[in-house]
Design a protein around this ligand. Structure first.
Ligand code: EPU
Length: 416
Protein backbone atom coordinates (compact mmCIF):
# COMPACT_ATOMS: atom_id res chain seq x y z
CA UNK A 1 0.00 0.00 0.00
CA UNK A 2 1.54 3.31 -1.07
CA UNK A 3 1.79 6.31 1.23
CA UNK A 4 2.73 9.98 1.09
CA UNK A 5 5.37 11.47 3.35
CA UNK A 6 4.77 15.19 3.77
CA UNK A 7 6.97 17.71 5.57
CA UNK A 8 4.62 20.61 6.16
CA UNK A 9 4.76 24.23 7.19
CA UNK A 10 6.34 25.55 3.98
CA UNK A 11 4.98 28.34 1.82
CA UNK A 12 4.18 27.25 -1.71
CA UNK A 13 4.48 29.29 -4.88
CA UNK A 14 3.86 28.79 -8.55
CA UNK A 15 1.46 27.58 -11.19
CA UNK A 16 -0.66 24.44 -11.08
CA UNK A 17 -2.66 23.11 -14.03
CA UNK A 18 -6.10 21.60 -13.68
CA UNK A 19 -6.94 18.24 -15.26
CA UNK A 20 -10.23 17.21 -16.81
CA UNK A 21 -13.12 16.58 -14.42
CA UNK A 22 -13.30 13.04 -13.05
CA UNK A 23 -17.04 13.29 -12.50
CA UNK A 24 -17.55 14.43 -16.09
CA UNK A 25 -15.16 11.92 -17.69
CA UNK A 26 -16.77 8.93 -15.98
CA UNK A 27 -20.21 9.88 -17.34
CA UNK A 28 -18.97 10.64 -20.87
CA UNK A 29 -17.33 7.20 -20.85
CA UNK A 30 -20.69 5.67 -19.89
CA UNK A 31 -22.57 7.78 -22.45
CA UNK A 32 -20.31 6.48 -25.23
CA UNK A 33 -22.05 3.11 -24.87
CA UNK A 34 -25.32 4.61 -26.16
CA UNK A 35 -24.03 4.67 -29.72
CA UNK A 36 -22.63 1.86 -31.87
CA UNK A 37 -20.27 4.35 -33.55
CA UNK A 38 -16.79 5.40 -32.35
CA UNK A 39 -16.36 8.14 -29.76
CA UNK A 40 -13.22 10.05 -28.77
CA UNK A 41 -12.89 11.65 -25.32
CA UNK A 42 -10.23 14.22 -24.56
CA UNK A 43 -9.04 15.81 -21.31
CA UNK A 44 -9.67 12.68 -19.23
CA UNK A 45 -7.71 12.65 -15.95
CA UNK A 46 -5.40 9.66 -15.42
CA UNK A 47 -6.97 8.70 -12.11
CA UNK A 48 -7.86 5.34 -10.56
CA UNK A 49 -11.66 5.78 -10.89
CA UNK A 50 -11.28 6.28 -14.65
CA UNK A 51 -9.12 3.13 -14.85
CA UNK A 52 -11.79 1.12 -12.98
CA UNK A 53 -14.53 2.47 -15.28
CA UNK A 54 -12.47 1.57 -18.36
CA UNK A 55 -12.01 -1.98 -16.98
CA UNK A 56 -15.76 -2.38 -16.41
CA UNK A 57 -16.55 -1.13 -19.93
CA UNK A 58 -13.95 -3.42 -21.55
CA UNK A 59 -15.47 -6.42 -19.72
CA UNK A 60 -18.81 -5.67 -21.38
CA UNK A 61 -17.18 -6.44 -24.73
CA UNK A 62 -16.81 -2.80 -25.78
CA UNK A 63 -13.62 -1.77 -27.62
CA UNK A 64 -11.85 0.87 -25.57
CA UNK A 65 -8.41 2.22 -26.35
CA UNK A 66 -6.18 4.49 -24.30
CA UNK A 67 -4.90 6.53 -27.25
CA UNK A 68 -2.52 8.73 -25.27
CA UNK A 69 -2.35 10.55 -21.97
CA UNK A 70 -5.83 11.99 -21.31
CA UNK A 71 -7.44 10.56 -24.41
CA UNK A 72 -9.65 7.51 -24.97
CA UNK A 73 -11.40 6.00 -27.98
CA UNK A 74 -14.48 3.89 -27.38
CA UNK A 75 -16.38 1.86 -29.89
CA UNK A 76 -19.45 0.10 -28.54
CA UNK A 77 -20.28 -1.52 -31.87
CA UNK A 78 -21.38 -4.51 -29.85
CA UNK A 79 -22.06 -4.92 -26.16
CA UNK A 80 -21.85 -8.62 -25.34
CA UNK A 81 -22.65 -8.62 -21.64
CA UNK A 82 -25.46 -6.93 -19.71
CA UNK A 83 -23.95 -7.65 -16.25
CA UNK A 84 -21.73 -5.04 -14.65
CA UNK A 85 -18.75 -6.61 -12.87
CA UNK A 86 -19.63 -6.64 -9.18
CA UNK A 87 -16.15 -6.30 -7.73
CA UNK A 88 -15.31 -3.24 -9.84
CA UNK A 89 -18.76 -1.66 -9.43
CA UNK A 90 -18.39 -1.80 -5.66
CA UNK A 91 -15.32 0.44 -5.98
CA UNK A 92 -17.07 3.40 -7.60
CA UNK A 93 -20.46 5.02 -7.43
CA UNK A 94 -20.30 6.22 -11.06
CA UNK A 95 -20.67 2.59 -12.22
CA UNK A 96 -24.42 3.06 -11.64
CA UNK A 97 -24.53 5.44 -14.64
CA UNK A 98 -23.60 2.49 -16.91
CA UNK A 99 -26.98 0.93 -16.13
CA UNK A 100 -28.70 3.51 -18.38
CA UNK A 101 -26.94 2.79 -21.70
CA UNK A 102 -27.07 -0.98 -21.09
CA UNK A 103 -30.80 -0.85 -20.38
CA UNK A 104 -31.47 1.47 -23.32
CA UNK A 105 -29.43 -0.54 -25.82
CA UNK A 106 -29.80 -4.14 -24.63
CA UNK A 107 -33.17 -3.94 -22.87
CA UNK A 108 -31.67 -5.40 -19.70
CA UNK A 109 -28.99 -4.78 -17.11
CA UNK A 110 -27.75 -6.62 -14.00
CA UNK A 111 -25.68 -4.87 -11.35
CA UNK A 112 -24.85 -4.75 -7.62
CA UNK A 113 -25.48 -1.81 -5.30
CA UNK A 114 -22.63 0.53 -6.33
CA UNK A 115 -19.79 1.39 -3.96
CA UNK A 116 -17.67 4.54 -3.86
CA UNK A 117 -16.80 6.91 -1.06
CA UNK A 118 -18.15 5.97 2.36
CA UNK A 119 -19.71 9.35 3.10
CA UNK A 120 -23.29 8.36 3.86
CA UNK A 121 -25.99 5.92 2.92
CA UNK A 122 -26.00 6.70 -0.85
CA UNK A 123 -29.18 4.87 -1.87
CA UNK A 124 -30.23 4.24 -5.50
CA UNK A 125 -34.00 4.33 -4.97
CA UNK A 126 -34.41 7.38 -7.23
CA UNK A 127 -32.67 5.61 -10.13
CA UNK A 128 -35.02 2.66 -9.75
CA UNK A 129 -38.08 4.96 -9.59
CA UNK A 130 -36.83 6.75 -12.70
CA UNK A 131 -36.31 3.56 -14.71
CA UNK A 132 -39.74 2.30 -13.63
CA UNK A 133 -41.25 5.59 -14.83
CA UNK A 134 -39.61 4.92 -18.23
CA UNK A 135 -41.44 1.57 -18.30
CA UNK A 136 -38.76 -0.78 -16.91
CA UNK A 137 -39.27 -3.66 -14.45
CA UNK A 138 -36.95 -3.95 -11.47
CA UNK A 139 -36.06 -7.22 -9.67
CA UNK A 140 -33.66 -7.74 -6.79
CA UNK A 141 -32.22 -11.26 -6.27
CA UNK A 142 -29.06 -12.56 -4.60
CA UNK A 143 -27.62 -9.06 -4.03
CA UNK A 144 -28.11 -8.07 -7.67
CA UNK A 145 -30.61 -5.76 -9.34
CA UNK A 146 -31.96 -6.85 -12.69
CA UNK A 147 -33.81 -4.24 -14.74
CA UNK A 148 -35.56 -5.06 -17.98
CA UNK A 149 -37.45 -3.07 -20.61
CA UNK A 150 -37.92 -4.09 -24.26
CA UNK A 151 -37.96 -0.36 -25.16
CA UNK A 152 -37.90 2.56 -22.74
CA UNK A 153 -40.78 4.99 -23.18
CA UNK A 154 -40.66 8.75 -22.51
CA UNK A 155 -42.21 9.97 -19.27
CA UNK A 156 -42.50 12.87 -16.84
CA UNK A 157 -40.34 12.40 -13.76
CA UNK A 158 -39.79 14.66 -10.76
CA UNK A 159 -36.63 14.00 -8.73
CA UNK A 160 -37.53 13.89 -5.03
CA UNK A 161 -34.10 15.37 -4.36
CA UNK A 162 -31.71 16.69 -7.02
CA UNK A 163 -29.21 13.88 -7.65
CA UNK A 164 -26.25 14.31 -9.99
CA UNK A 165 -25.75 10.70 -11.14
CA UNK A 166 -29.54 10.20 -11.06
CA UNK A 167 -30.12 13.15 -13.41
CA UNK A 168 -27.30 11.95 -15.67
CA UNK A 169 -28.64 8.38 -15.81
CA UNK A 170 -32.15 9.54 -16.68
CA UNK A 171 -30.78 11.80 -19.46
CA UNK A 172 -28.88 8.84 -20.92
CA UNK A 173 -31.81 6.44 -20.70
CA UNK A 174 -34.29 8.94 -22.17
CA UNK A 175 -32.01 9.97 -25.06
CA UNK A 176 -32.88 6.88 -27.09
CA UNK A 177 -36.28 6.14 -25.48
CA UNK A 178 -39.49 6.35 -27.47
CA UNK A 179 -41.03 9.83 -27.19
CA UNK A 180 -40.47 12.78 -24.91
CA UNK A 181 -39.23 12.81 -21.32
CA UNK A 182 -39.59 15.77 -18.99
CA UNK A 183 -37.32 15.75 -15.92
CA UNK A 184 -38.00 18.16 -13.06
CA UNK A 185 -35.94 19.17 -10.01
CA UNK A 186 -32.81 18.06 -11.85
CA UNK A 187 -29.24 18.56 -10.63
CA UNK A 188 -27.74 21.67 -12.33
CA UNK A 189 -24.04 20.78 -11.97
CA UNK A 190 -21.79 21.81 -14.92
CA UNK A 191 -20.97 18.11 -15.45
CA UNK A 192 -24.65 17.47 -16.29
CA UNK A 193 -24.59 20.25 -18.90
CA UNK A 194 -21.36 18.91 -20.42
CA UNK A 195 -22.89 15.44 -20.68
CA UNK A 196 -25.94 16.82 -22.51
CA UNK A 197 -23.69 18.87 -24.82
CA UNK A 198 -21.83 15.70 -25.76
CA UNK A 199 -25.04 13.73 -26.40
CA UNK A 200 -26.50 16.60 -28.47
CA UNK A 201 -23.34 16.61 -30.58
CA UNK A 202 -24.08 12.92 -31.26
CA UNK A 203 -27.63 13.72 -32.39
CA UNK A 204 -29.60 13.64 -29.12
CA UNK A 205 -32.31 16.24 -28.51
CA UNK A 206 -31.83 17.48 -24.98
CA UNK A 207 -32.72 20.98 -23.81
CA UNK A 208 -32.49 22.66 -20.43
CA UNK A 209 -29.44 20.79 -19.04
CA UNK A 210 -27.85 22.98 -16.37
CA UNK A 211 -31.30 24.07 -15.15
CA UNK A 212 -33.84 22.27 -12.96
CA UNK A 213 -36.01 21.20 -15.91
CA UNK A 214 -34.65 19.07 -18.73
CA UNK A 215 -36.62 17.98 -21.78
CA UNK A 216 -35.40 15.05 -23.86
CA UNK A 217 -36.96 14.12 -27.17
CA UNK A 218 -35.96 10.49 -27.71
CA UNK A 219 -34.21 9.60 -30.98
CA UNK A 220 -33.79 6.11 -32.50
CA UNK A 221 -30.03 6.22 -32.77
CA UNK A 222 -27.04 8.35 -31.86
CA UNK A 223 -23.98 9.01 -34.02
CA UNK A 224 -20.38 8.86 -32.86
CA UNK A 225 -18.51 12.00 -31.86
CA UNK A 226 -15.74 13.61 -29.87
CA UNK A 227 -15.84 15.51 -26.60
CA UNK A 228 -13.45 17.44 -24.40
CA UNK A 229 -14.40 17.18 -20.73
CA UNK A 230 -14.69 20.31 -18.59
CA UNK A 231 -11.91 21.23 -16.12
CA UNK A 232 -12.22 19.64 -12.69
CA UNK A 233 -13.83 22.32 -10.52
CA UNK A 234 -13.24 20.35 -7.31
CA UNK A 235 -9.54 20.05 -8.05
CA UNK A 236 -9.32 23.78 -8.88
CA UNK A 237 -11.25 24.67 -5.73
CA UNK A 238 -9.04 22.43 -3.58
CA UNK A 239 -5.88 24.18 -4.85
CA UNK A 240 -7.42 27.61 -4.22
CA UNK A 241 -8.18 26.54 -0.65
CA UNK A 242 -4.67 25.07 -0.29
CA UNK A 243 -3.20 28.45 -1.34
CA UNK A 244 -5.34 30.34 1.19
CA UNK A 245 -4.62 27.82 4.00
CA UNK A 246 -0.84 27.89 3.49
CA UNK A 247 -0.77 31.65 2.84
CA UNK A 248 0.81 30.99 -0.55
CA UNK A 249 0.69 32.58 -3.97
CA UNK A 250 -0.64 29.99 -6.38
CA UNK A 251 -2.00 30.44 -9.90
CA UNK A 252 -4.51 27.80 -10.93
CA UNK A 253 -4.45 27.40 -14.71
CA UNK A 254 -6.84 25.77 -17.21
CA UNK A 255 -9.83 26.04 -14.92
CA UNK A 256 -13.31 27.48 -15.32
CA UNK A 257 -13.61 30.16 -12.59
CA UNK A 258 -17.35 30.52 -13.26
CA UNK A 259 -17.90 26.99 -11.98
CA UNK A 260 -16.42 28.08 -8.64
CA UNK A 261 -18.43 31.24 -8.00
CA UNK A 262 -19.74 30.10 -4.60
CA UNK A 263 -16.25 29.19 -3.32
CA UNK A 264 -14.59 32.31 -4.70
CA UNK A 265 -17.25 34.56 -3.16
CA UNK A 266 -16.72 32.88 0.21
CA UNK A 267 -12.94 33.19 -0.06
CA UNK A 268 -13.27 36.90 -0.86
CA UNK A 269 -15.63 37.39 2.06
CA UNK A 270 -13.09 35.66 4.30
CA UNK A 271 -10.46 38.20 3.20
CA UNK A 272 -8.63 36.25 0.50
CA UNK A 273 -7.16 38.30 -2.32
CA UNK A 274 -7.68 36.72 -5.68
CA UNK A 275 -7.45 37.57 -9.36
CA UNK A 276 -9.86 35.88 -11.70
CA UNK A 277 -9.09 35.62 -15.42
CA UNK A 278 -10.97 33.76 -18.13
CA UNK A 279 -9.31 30.39 -17.44
CA UNK A 280 -7.23 30.98 -14.33
CA UNK A 281 -7.41 32.06 -10.72
CA UNK A 282 -4.50 33.55 -8.78
CA UNK A 283 -4.62 33.43 -5.00
CA UNK A 284 -2.51 36.06 -3.27
CA UNK A 285 -1.38 35.61 0.38
CA UNK A 286 -3.67 37.39 2.83
CA UNK A 287 -5.12 37.08 6.34
CA UNK A 288 -8.22 34.86 6.41
CA UNK A 289 -11.17 35.35 8.79
CA UNK A 290 -13.48 32.48 9.68
CA UNK A 291 -16.99 32.25 8.37
CA UNK A 292 -19.83 29.73 8.25
CA UNK A 293 -20.36 27.39 5.32
CA UNK A 294 -23.33 25.28 4.30
CA UNK A 295 -23.07 22.75 1.48
CA UNK A 296 -25.69 22.91 -1.24
CA UNK A 297 -26.35 21.54 -4.71
CA UNK A 298 -24.76 23.57 -7.55
CA UNK A 299 -24.48 26.54 -7.78
CA UNK A 300 -24.24 26.45 -3.96
CA UNK A 301 -21.11 25.54 -2.01
CA UNK A 302 -20.09 22.00 -3.15
CA UNK A 303 -20.04 19.17 -0.64
CA UNK A 304 -16.87 17.95 -2.37
CA UNK A 305 -15.05 21.10 -1.13
CA UNK A 306 -16.35 20.92 2.42
CA UNK A 307 -13.39 18.90 3.73
CA UNK A 308 -10.65 21.14 2.27
CA UNK A 309 -12.54 24.23 3.51
CA UNK A 310 -12.62 22.80 7.06
CA UNK A 311 -8.81 22.73 6.99
CA UNK A 312 -8.78 26.37 5.89
CA UNK A 313 -11.03 27.22 8.86
CA UNK A 314 -8.44 25.72 11.24
CA UNK A 315 -5.99 28.32 9.86
CA UNK A 316 -8.45 31.26 9.90
CA UNK A 317 -9.14 33.75 12.71
CA UNK A 318 -12.41 33.27 14.58
CA UNK A 319 -15.02 30.53 14.62
CA UNK A 320 -16.95 29.01 11.76
CA UNK A 321 -19.88 26.61 11.59
CA UNK A 322 -19.75 23.91 8.92
CA UNK A 323 -23.13 22.51 7.92
CA UNK A 324 -22.93 19.47 5.62
CA UNK A 325 -26.44 19.14 4.22
CA UNK A 326 -25.98 16.49 1.48
CA UNK A 327 -24.34 13.53 3.25
CA UNK A 328 -24.78 12.25 6.81
CA UNK A 329 -21.27 10.72 7.05
CA UNK A 330 -19.09 13.38 5.51
CA UNK A 331 -17.76 15.00 8.69
CA UNK A 332 -16.40 11.92 10.48
CA UNK A 333 -12.97 12.47 8.91
CA UNK A 334 -12.55 15.57 11.14
CA UNK A 335 -11.83 13.31 14.17
CA UNK A 336 -8.31 12.84 12.77
CA UNK A 337 -8.02 16.59 12.08
CA UNK A 338 -8.74 17.14 15.80
CA UNK A 339 -5.83 14.79 16.60
CA UNK A 340 -3.61 17.01 14.41
CA UNK A 341 -4.44 19.87 16.78
CA UNK A 342 -7.59 21.39 15.26
CA UNK A 343 -10.13 22.93 17.67
CA UNK A 344 -13.34 21.31 16.43
CA UNK A 345 -16.60 20.73 18.22
CA UNK A 346 -18.99 18.16 16.74
CA UNK A 347 -22.63 19.15 17.26
CA UNK A 348 -24.25 16.32 15.26
CA UNK A 349 -23.45 14.26 12.12
CA UNK A 350 -24.23 17.27 9.92
CA UNK A 351 -22.66 20.16 11.88
CA UNK A 352 -19.30 21.04 13.40
CA UNK A 353 -17.78 24.24 14.76
CA UNK A 354 -14.14 25.11 14.06
CA UNK A 355 -12.08 27.69 15.99
CA UNK A 356 -8.89 29.09 14.58
CA UNK A 357 -6.19 29.72 13.97
CA UNK A 358 -4.61 26.58 15.42
CA UNK A 359 -1.18 25.11 14.82
CA UNK A 360 -1.55 21.68 13.24
CA UNK A 361 0.97 18.92 14.02
CA UNK A 362 2.14 16.30 11.54
CA UNK A 363 0.69 12.79 12.13
CA UNK A 364 0.19 9.38 10.59
CA UNK A 365 -3.24 9.48 8.92
CA UNK A 366 -5.33 7.10 6.85
CA UNK A 367 -7.05 8.55 3.79
CA UNK A 368 -10.73 7.48 4.08
CA UNK A 369 -12.13 8.82 0.78
CA UNK A 370 -11.13 11.05 -2.14
CA UNK A 371 -12.05 14.45 -0.75
CA UNK A 372 -11.15 13.80 2.90
CA UNK A 373 -7.84 12.41 1.57
CA UNK A 374 -7.19 15.72 -0.19
CA UNK A 375 -8.14 17.60 2.98
CA UNK A 376 -5.58 15.57 4.99
CA UNK A 377 -3.00 16.40 2.36
CA UNK A 378 -3.76 20.13 2.75
CA UNK A 379 -3.68 19.74 6.55
CA UNK A 380 -0.31 17.95 6.31
CA UNK A 381 1.05 20.80 4.15
CA UNK A 382 -0.13 23.35 6.77
CA UNK A 383 1.16 21.30 9.73
CA UNK A 384 4.48 21.55 11.48
CA UNK A 385 6.60 18.44 11.03
CA UNK A 386 6.19 15.16 9.22
CA UNK A 387 2.91 13.48 8.26
CA UNK A 388 2.42 10.06 6.74
CA UNK A 389 -0.75 9.63 4.71
CA UNK A 390 -1.68 5.99 4.24
CA UNK A 391 -4.07 4.50 1.69
CA UNK A 392 -3.25 7.05 -1.02
CA UNK A 393 -5.28 4.93 -3.45
CA UNK A 394 -8.23 7.02 -2.25
CA UNK A 395 -6.46 10.25 -3.31
CA UNK A 396 -5.30 8.68 -6.59
CA UNK A 397 -8.97 7.88 -7.36
CA UNK A 398 -9.61 11.57 -8.00
CA UNK A 399 -6.33 13.48 -8.41
CA UNK A 400 -3.75 12.70 -11.10
CA UNK A 401 -0.12 12.44 -9.89
CA UNK A 402 -0.89 14.88 -7.12
CA UNK A 403 2.53 14.66 -5.43
CA UNK A 404 4.41 15.57 -8.65
CA UNK A 405 2.18 18.57 -9.26
CA UNK A 406 2.44 19.74 -5.64
CA UNK A 407 6.24 19.36 -5.69
CA UNK A 408 6.36 21.78 -8.64
CA UNK A 409 4.89 24.50 -6.42
CA UNK A 410 7.36 23.78 -3.63
CA UNK A 411 5.65 21.12 -1.51
CA UNK A 412 7.86 18.61 0.31
CA UNK A 413 5.92 15.44 -0.52
CA UNK A 414 7.07 11.96 -1.57
CA UNK A 415 5.32 8.73 -2.44
CA UNK A 416 6.77 5.55 -0.96
N1 EPU B 1 -29.97 10.25 -3.14
C1 EPU B 1 -31.05 9.48 -2.77
N2 EPU B 1 -31.45 8.49 -3.61
C2 EPU B 1 -30.83 8.23 -4.78
C3 EPU B 1 -29.73 9.02 -5.15
C4 EPU B 1 -29.33 10.03 -4.31
O1 EPU B 1 -31.63 9.67 -1.72
O2 EPU B 1 -31.26 7.30 -5.49
C5 EPU B 1 -29.52 11.34 -2.25
C6 EPU B 1 -28.13 11.05 -1.65
O3 EPU B 1 -28.22 10.22 -0.52
C7 EPU B 1 -27.63 12.43 -1.31
C8 EPU B 1 -28.28 13.29 -2.40
O4 EPU B 1 -29.30 12.51 -3.00
O5 EPU B 1 -28.11 12.85 -0.07
C9 EPU B 1 -27.34 13.75 -3.46
O6 EPU B 1 -26.57 12.67 -3.91
P1 EPU B 1 -26.19 12.55 -5.44
O7 EPU B 1 -26.97 11.42 -6.01
O8 EPU B 1 -26.25 13.88 -6.10
O9 EPU B 1 -24.69 12.13 -5.39
P2 EPU B 1 -24.00 11.26 -6.46
O10 EPU B 1 -24.58 11.54 -7.79
O11 EPU B 1 -23.91 9.87 -5.98
C10 EPU B 1 -22.13 12.94 -7.24
C11 EPU B 1 -20.64 12.90 -7.24
C12 EPU B 1 -20.12 13.08 -5.82
C13 EPU B 1 -20.64 14.39 -5.27
C14 EPU B 1 -22.18 14.44 -5.37
C15 EPU B 1 -22.78 15.75 -4.94
C16 EPU B 1 -20.16 11.38 -9.06
C17 EPU B 1 -19.65 10.05 -9.47
N3 EPU B 1 -20.19 11.61 -7.75
O12 EPU B 1 -22.53 11.85 -6.41
O13 EPU B 1 -18.73 13.13 -5.91
O14 EPU B 1 -20.26 14.52 -3.93
O15 EPU B 1 -22.59 14.17 -6.72
O16 EPU B 1 -22.29 16.77 -5.71
O17 EPU B 1 -20.49 12.21 -9.89
C18 EPU B 1 -16.49 12.66 -5.29
O18 EPU B 1 -16.16 12.93 -6.45
O19 EPU B 1 -15.65 12.53 -4.37
C19 EPU B 1 -17.92 12.51 -4.97
C20 EPU B 1 -18.34 11.88 -3.88
Amino acid sequence: MQKFIVNGGKKLKGVIEIKGAKNNSLKILAASLLTNKPVRIMNVPEVEDVKRMVEIIAELGVKIKHVKNGEYEIWAKEIIDHSINSEAAKKLRASIVLTAPLLARLGKVKFPHPGGCVIGERPIDIFLEGYRALGAKVNYKKDLYEITAPRLVGTKFVFRTPTVTGTESMILAASIAKGETVLKNCACEPEVKSLADFLNSCGAKISGAGTHEIIIKGVDKLKGGAHRTIPDRVEAGSFAILAAATNSEITIMNCEPEHLDSLLELLKKAGAKLQKRKNSIKIIPSKIKSLDIKTHEYPGFPTDLQAPFCVLLTQSKGSGLVHETIYEGRLTWTEELKRMGADIHTFDPHRIGIKGPTKLRGREIESPDIRAGMAYLIAALCAKGKSTINNVYQIDRGYEKIEERLRKIGADIHRI
